[in-house]
Design a protein around this ligand. Sequence first.
Ligand code: ACO
Length: 310
Amino acid sequence: MANAGILGMGSYIPENVVTNFDLEKKMDTSDEWIRTRTGIEERRFAPEHIKTSDMSYLAAKQALENADIKPEQIDLIIVATVTPDRPFPAVAAVIQERLGAKNAAAMDVSAACTGFMYGIITGKQFIQTNDYKYVLVVGAEKLSERMNWEDRNSAVLFGDGAGAAVLGPVSNDRGILAFDLGADGAGSEHITQEGQHLTMNGREVFKFAVRQMGESALKVIHKAGLTKEDVDYLVPHQANIRIMESSRQRLELPEEKMAKTVHKYGNTSAASIPMTLVEELDNGKIKDGDIVVLVGFGAGLTWGSVAIRW
Ligand code: ACO
């Protein structure tokens, strides 16, 4: 039985930077409040004509190039998003055609900020059973379209972007070693879309995230037969620096072993973990053979962690 690993990645980061000072002009908030409560300094908003499918396509194209895999070799495309261009068809089907991935099945998954984790774990199952060889997983969001500019609690937190990974077979000691996925629908009203807008009970989501991120990360380390000391790098969902810090402290990791892009991109939901992974690979923070723990949480409420030997 083959194990599944990430063979190559790509991302799309919109050019348009929106700083906290820009938001000060739009609503009753301040750079100081946003920075101290969340760690966010700026975020990117995609222009109106760029949709989630466009961002997904660009990130996916780069991931295929980096993995050196042709579009026709892809067996399945999974796009994790809560901001599809339209409720249907799936974004995955739209990019299947654009990429020329004519042999791929295509579907979207909806697990909010945990979507990329649900996506890679779903992809891994097909590879491990030898039913499929290559699975493309994309996390992409255009949250700027869902913001309620009357609600300063949530509107300052989110940004747009996309990240993608090509999964394929690797040797048994590499790739995804263990995972932990979960949901607690009792918290489904804490973060949701009402009409066109996102609404959120920030304090409840915060409490859930602090508890669940640490627990899930520890669980996945133990499931992989590892200890905290084995972890080389932690890539948490980039929602809020205080939540990220709490998971780092649960793992007793030094600051330099935790990935951080929240200050530049805000919370990009399903795109946050793959976008961050691309940056940390590019700047050499994640190296071949490293034990990397990914941990996410999101609406649902949902959570997910993965331990990978890179
Ligand atoms: N600017 C200025 N003041 C603000 C702002 C703002 N943007 N937003 C809220 N405030 C005010 C509040 O009105 C409140 O004032 P009050 O006490 O007079 O009522 C005060 O600041 C403090 O508010 P708190 O809610 O106590 O602030 P807290 O420290 O809890 O931080 C935050 C709020 C940042 C939203 C935090 O709760 C959080 O990060 N929660 C998690 C949110 C999250 O991660 N969501 C994403 C989920 S993932 C997904 O699936 C999309």
